[in-house]
Write a protein that binds this ligand. Structure first.
Ligand code: C5P
Length: 227
């Protein structure tokens, strides 16, 4: 698929549990744009590498796994599809996120996933969330948001999301796991979790998803000249 630099992109980066997934999906819906949740690519890779006992040093095997990833346009966003395999429900849990974050620090993994993510830049626009969408993947995005919230608020949200999927965890453990993952994501040498210099920082503590979507929507509308 061709990369379309003229297609507008809004990026929403930030730490785990800040609400990026929900906010970016709703914003995409409101704009009738495509949506890509980049964390699912890393989560699937972490999950699958564990199933196949592929370790982080095995570039060839990881490259083979990445080559099976397909993204298909669907109503409501780019769907992750893997050749010949269903996507496991367990991608949502913190263990998958932890494995994802370990492989996400490998430069060759990030390099290999770049074209996959960029291929989602299709008309009329793309809303995407992750850690480096505004800094590395789409540095020319029309609006870059860095969404944060206190770690307590983030852990509480994650717990709610997990419960809704019928998965359970303790708040204390989730808080610790989120903190550890943030630490790893922030301190890696490639594509660390940090706001782009031109990012707009939004603290979502105490706001619900709809209020955050509204804030971003207004900001985008003010900058784009759409009335
Ligand atoms: O966004 P989500 O919490 O699903 O991401 C899971 C993990 O995948 C993150 O902790 C991070 O290590 C990695 N990730 C990344 N870059 C992205 C998206 C996710 O490194 N663009």
């Amino acid at each position: 698929m061709n990369v379309r630099p003229e297609v507008p992109v809004i990026t929403i980066d930030g730490p785990g549990g800040a609400g990026k997934g929900t906010v970016s999906a709703r914003l995409a819906e409101r704009l009738s744009w495509n949506w890509l949740e980049s964390g699912r690519l890393y989560r699937w890779l972490g999950w699958q590498a564990l199933q196949e006992q592929v370790n982080g040093e095995d570039e060839e095997a990881l490259g083979r796994l990445i080559a099976t990833i397909r993204l298909r346009p669907r109503a409501g966003g780019w769907g992750l599809e893997i050749e010949g395999a269903p996507i496991p429900e367990a991608l949502a849990d913190e263990a998958a996120a932890d494995r994802a974050s370990r492989l996400a620090g490998l430069p060759f993994v990030r390099r290999a996933l770049l074209p996959v993510q960029r291929s989602c830049r299709q008309p009329p626009g793309l809303v995407t969330d992750g850690r480096d969408m505004g800094t590395v993947v789409f540095p020319d995005a029309v609006l870059k948001v860095f969404l944060t919230a206190s770690v307590e608020a983030r852990a509480a949200r994650r717990l709610k999301q997990l419960n809704a999927l019928g998965l359970y965890d303790s708040l204390r453990r989730l808080t610790r796991e989120i903190e550890e993952r943030d630490e790893r994501d922030r301190n890696r040498s490639v594509s660390p979790l940090k706001p782009a210099p031109d990012a707009w920082i939004v603290d979502s503590t105490g706001l619900d998803a709809e209020q955050v979507v509204q804030k971003i929507w207004e900001r985008w509308r003010a900058g784009s000249g759409v009335s």
